[in-house]
Each structure stands twice: as C-alpha cells, then as structure tokens.
Write a protein that binds this ligand. Structure first.
Ligand code: ZN
Ligand code: ZN
Length: 409
C-alpha cells in the first residue's frame, strides 16, 4: 500500500493505542465490536504478518523481491484513505452516464439540529437521504409545472472540514427529470435557488417532525421556521458542466469520502493534546487547531457511519433499468438547450496498486532493481485463509505454467 510518512502515521496510531479505551468509557455509544474492529484493523495496518501480503519475486534473476501488505479497509485508517477514495470514485463513475449533465447539490442541516442527528443517527440519516430526493423531485416539478422525476446519487456526509459533526447531503443530480411515463425529458437549464432553499426547509423539517415525533423536536422545528424565513442553506454548483474537473465524481469525493484530516497534517501530540492543520473550505485558508485527545478521536470516529449504513444510494431515473431508454431522450433535450454535449462525465477505471504506487513515487514497484524485468507474484498469504498462492510449490510440482494473478491488493 501507499505508505504515509511514517512518523505522522505512527503518531496517529499512538493516539489510538493510548486513548481508545478511555475514549470509549467516556462515550459508551462507541463500545461496540464494530468500532473495536475498525480500530484494531487500523492499528495493524501496514504489518504484513498481521494483514496478509502479496510477495513478488523476480523469476528472471531470482534476486528482486517486493512485499505488499494488504489494505486494512478500515474507514478509520488514514493510511488506506487514498485507496478508499480511488475505489469510491471508480464505483460512482460507473453509475454516471456519459453525455448527461449532472449538478452537484448540497443540502445542509442547520446547527440547531446537530444534537438531534447525533443522537438519532440510525433512523434519521436514512430518512434524510430519501427526504433530499423528494425535495428535488418536488422542486423540479414545481419549476417545470408538471410532475418530474430526476436521477440522483445521494451521499450523506456527517462532518465538516474541521472534523466537527455537520450532517448534510451531497447529491449528484440530473438537471431535470422525466415525466412519469418516461415519454419526455425536461432539462432545466436554470434553477431558482430561492425556491430550492424554501423547499428544502419544508421537506427537512416535515421529515424530522414525522420521524421523531417528540415535543422537543416540534419546538426546534417551529424555531427553525421562525429563525430562517428564507429557507435553509443549499449550494448548487454553478455552470453547465464541471469541465474544470477531471471528473464530477472525483470532485465530489473530495468532500464526501476524504477523511476529516490527512495524516501528514498532524503537527504535534504530547500525550494529552493534538495539534493539526487543515484547509478550511469556508475561509480558503490553512487553519490550525489544538484539541484534547478525546476530542480528536471523536472527530475521527464521527465520520464513520453506523454499521451497515449505506453511505451512497441511487434513486429515481438513476436507479432504474429504464435509464438506457430515457438516456436518448435526455441527450436530445440537453442538446437542444446546450448546443453541443461535451463529455459531461468521464469514466475512470479502477487503479491497480502498481499504478497508484507509480503515480505517487514515479517508480514502478514491480520492476526488478537488479535486472529490470517485471517481477511476478510469488506468494499470497491471508491471515484467515493462510497461503492462497505459492509459485514455488507450483514450480516444484513441475506443472509450471504461471497463472499468477497480477493485480495488486
Ligand atoms: Zn489501513
Ligand atoms: Zn531480476
């Protein structure tokens, strides 16, 4: 795997090794096998004899060797974060349709409801995603004056850049929708933001009232309508096509799957307090923060979702098999308005370990340093399944026709 700078990585692990148990005692909601698992895996990450490995060897000269520890796949692990982000991007990219115009829309929840979300995450987060979809369908329908159904890829995001709890939705939404029969596609080139803000407020607050049904929530809902008469904060990415971005999925990934901080941004840890820095989206500047170690751990674990919770969901036209049929309609409708359809979406293939390594170090990890030939898989070992593949055994048995898998972990 891509090794993060080892000093910072060791500091990050040290923080969890020192304080995970006291943190759990102070926050019993994290005293579960699930969270213990995330921490345990992360602490063992990068240790081949714990995580499993793929060993490569040069079969030409017999000298070159390269060992790759498998990724721990813990959502807490900053060391594996880049792999997680790359995989997320390729997964989402395959769900986007080339030539279709998508907008990146953010729907926020006001600060007064943060505690409500924190304590009811399991029920409220699911409802929040559906609520965002209903809101946009309703919004598109009102703008066009007839019932429309768009296509949506919805991601919940529970932290802001400083790692503090800040639930909101990111939607990759078609700009418009089809009528119920799928007979006609209505492309909306202009979205009235003021209407969206009020629609979002109405949908969110109605959902909270109906889902939680408590007096406390009802009071907050009333207060929210009074305090924000013009609706809630929403962001719509401006312009037709995010041409400046390599891919709309990669752009959204920056906001939604990247961990709250990057490991190399931990500046100091003295056993009690952690100092780190991050680029603030609000001020566009580098911000520094020093917090108690329990606060730091809290910020890191908050962005992991409850077990089994699906962070990305697909709705409406986006989720149906009929998309192929509707797609021709969309192309036609969009072409009329926009003139030419540029490649709105670029599909990105999954990067292999070898490509990632080469991208970040400029060096091919599988080229033998002694004779420059390409090294082959020699052995694959997994902590649960033991030796999965052993080229040496194959050669000894005399049945040698290399079938070694070449992809990275
Ligand atoms: Zn890891
Ligand atoms: Zn060699």
């Amino acid at each position: 795997m891509l090794a993060a700078p080892s000093r910072a990585w060791n500091v990050f692990k040290q923080i969890f090794a020192d304080h995970w148990e006291p943190f759990q005692r102070a926050h019993p909601r994290y005293q579960t096998a699930y969270y213990d698992g995330l921490v345990a895996k992360m602490l063992e990450c990068g240790t081949p004899e714990k995580m499993g490995y793929i060993a490569y060897r040069c079969l030409q000269c017999g000298q070159g060797k390269h060992l790759v520890a498998m990724s721990c796949k813990s959502s807490l692990c900053l060391r594996c974060a880049k792999v997680t982000v790359d995989n997320w991007v390729s997964q989402v990219s395959t769900m986007l349709h080339e030539g279709v115009i998508y907008r990146h829309i953010i729907l926020t929840v006001p600060a007064m409801f943060r505690t409500t979300f924190y304590h009811n995450a399991a029920v409220v987060l699911s409802a929040l995603m559906r609520c965002g979809v209903h809101c946009l369908d309703d919004f598109y329908s009102e703008v066009r004056g007839k019932a429309l159904r768009g296509g949506y890829i919805v991601v919940t995001h529970s932290h802001g850049r400083n790692g503090q709890d800040h639930p909101h939705l990111h939607l990759l939404a078609t700009s418009g929708g089809d009528d119920a029969q799928g007979a006609c596609w209505e492309h909306l080139a202009y979205l009235p933001y003021a209407l969206l803000r009020r629609k979002w407020q109405w949908h969110l607050l109605t959902m909270l009232r109906q889902t939680l049904k408590t007096d406390a929530v009802n009071r907050l809902v009333d207060a929210c309508f009074t305090r924000y008469p013009d609706g809630l904060v929403t962001h719509v990415q401006k312009g037709h096509v995010p041409a400046q971005y390599q891919s709309v999925a990669r752009y959204v990934a920056k906001y939604v799957v990247s961990p709250p901080i990057v490991v190399r941004r931990i500046d100091r840890y003295d056993g009690h307090r952690v100092t780190y820095h991050y680029r603030s989206h609000r001020t566009e500047r580098m911000e520094h923060d020093t917090v108690e170690v329990n606060t730091f751990i809290g910020r890191m674990v908050q962005h992991t979702m409850p077990k089994g919770f699906k962070r990305i969901r697909y709705y409406g036209v986006q989720a149906t098999r009929t998309f192929a049929k509707v797609k021709a309609l969309i192309r036609e409708a969009v072409a009329k308005v926009e003139g030419v359809i540029k490649g709105a979406v670029q599909i990105i293939a999954r990067l292999t370990y070898r490509q990632r390594y080469e991208q970040s170090t400029g060096r091919d990890p599988l080229r033998c340093p002694h004779c420059q030939s390409t090294m082959d898989v020699w052995r694959i070992w997994h902590p649960t399944y033991g030796v999965i593949y052993d080229e040496g055994e194959v050669i000894k048995r005399g049945t040698y026709t290399s079938t070694a898998p070449r992809a990275g972990p």
